[in-house]
Design a protein around this ligand. Structure first.
Ligand code: SF4
Length: 396
């Protein structure tokens, strides 16, 4: 059943490339944060987690078999990034990480120097586990810090406090992680510009290689949504000002904003996440995971029990082509500070970017959009009005 379903997706692959990113979704958490609408369940027993890991290994085998068949038995693309996202991947045992990495290795191979990331919750990994994760091959951590203020963390329903983050960060350094990302959230109930800037400064002083920022959105079905009328959220202007201040503080501290919400020290941009924005191939494994492979987008269902049984795995598949592909490409690439790579655009679509969009771009001041023969990108001011400019360029 699984092979057939996955095969249906892969059957449509046309332009198979030699490198691929593998995303593995781990849909388990200790408890649900108040703002979270990600696919995760809480209080799952160990046997179910283990059965899920087995199912994910089987899916990796099945996807690889389908790709191999499509290529007439030729070599598979090599995984140059592997990303464990969630949920809370650090709820897995090191042995479960190992099994999943082994499944990727035996099917696709893992490129030398590949970036292998695991998202980590500060409360769910001690030094021993971190050391074992490193031995399993994980070489990058993405830690969900969110804030340095315990009151804000409590307001979000996070299970950890700032001291837990300081501990996991120190332990991770101690066992050899030299590539660490931390998440920062703004727009939190009761948060002020001052408290947010303090979080940004304290985090920057700890010197992680990478920082991802998220603006809180209140999603339907969450605890926050049910309490939405009584939440004291910063208003739109305050949130915009927080973003501006964060960008300045991080820039002063040597972080380069390489994407609207992501900041990195030189050479430390997330290679896996860049695949999303650069329209490169990635294969998603596990519930709620998404794939983009050979021009086909597919998404998994959120049914954990069904996934373990090998049923109801993929719930949507769509070939992206023509104007839709061009629009997607531009929308994703313009999130990056380097913007659209003109040569790559031509190689992908056989079109001259400025012939297609030059007229529309000319309507906007160079204060917002910069163009030369190599790239077309938003200026830092342009990033603030990017939604409007893109909707004009792409005629939403
Ligand atoms: S730890 Fe992450 S995935 Fe889990 S409930 Fe909190 S926000 Fe959601």
């Amino acid at each position: 059943m699984m092979t057939d379903k996955v095969g249906t997706v892969i059957e449509k692959v046309k332009n198979v490339t030699d490198k691929v990113g593998i995303y593995i979704h781990v849909p388990f958490c200790r408890s649900k944060c108040y703002y979270c609408d990600f696919c995760s369940e809480c209080g799952t027993n160990k046997d179910t987690v283990d059965a899920y890991v087995d199912a994910a290994c089987r899916e990796i085998d099945a996807v690889a078999a389908s790709v191999r068949e499509t290529r007439g038995g030729a070599r598979l693309p090599v995984a140059d990034t592997v990303y464990f996202g969630g949920g809370t991947p650090t709820l897995l045992d090191p042995e479960q990480f190992e099994r999943l990495i082994l499944a990727v290795r035996r099917n696709f191979g893992v490129a030398e120097g590949a970036e292998i990331t695991a998202e980590a919750n500060p409360k769910t990994a001690d030094r021993e586990k971190l050391a074992a994760m490193r031995r399993a091959g994980i070489n990058r951590l993405s830690i969900g810090m969110q804030s340095t203020h315990d009151g804000e963390l409590r307001a979000l329903g996070r299970i950890h406090n700032f001291a837990d983050f300081e501990r996991i960060f120190a332990d991770a350094r101690e066992v050899g992680f030299d590539n660490i990302s931390a998440d920062l959230m703004y727009g939190i109930p009761e948060q002020t510009e001052e408290s947010f800037c303090e979080s940004v400064r304290r985090l920057a002083a700890m010197d992680p290689e990478h920082i991802s920022s998220y603006c809180l959105t209140v999603e339907e079905g969450t605890n926050f949504y049910r309490r939405r009328d009584s939440l004291n959220l910063p208003d739109e202007d305050e949130v915009a000002s927080m973003y501006r201040k964060m960008s300045n503080i991080l820039s002063e501290n040597g972080y380069n904003k390489y994407e609207i919400s992501n900041f990195a020290k030189v050479g430390r941009a997330s290679r896996h996440n860049l695949k999303y924005w650069e329209y490169d191939d990635y294969i998603g494994i596990g519930v709620a995971a998404h794939s983009f492979f050979g021009g086909v987008r597919s998404s998994h269902s959120r049914d954990i029990e069904g996934y373990i049984r090998g049923e109801n795995i993929i719930d949507d598949t769509q070939k992206i082509e023509g104007d839709e592909a061009v629009s997607e490409y531009v929308m994703l690439a313009m999130r990056l500070s380097r913007g659209v790579d003109i040569a790559k655009f031509k190689a992908n679509f056989g079109l001259d970017f400025y012939e297609k969009f030059g007229g529309k771009i000319a309507k906007f001041s160079p204060e917002f959009i910069e163009k030369n023969e190599k790239n077309c990108r938003f200026t830092s001011e342009g990033m603030f009005v990017s939604n409007y400019i893109l909707s004009e360029m792409l005629e939403f």
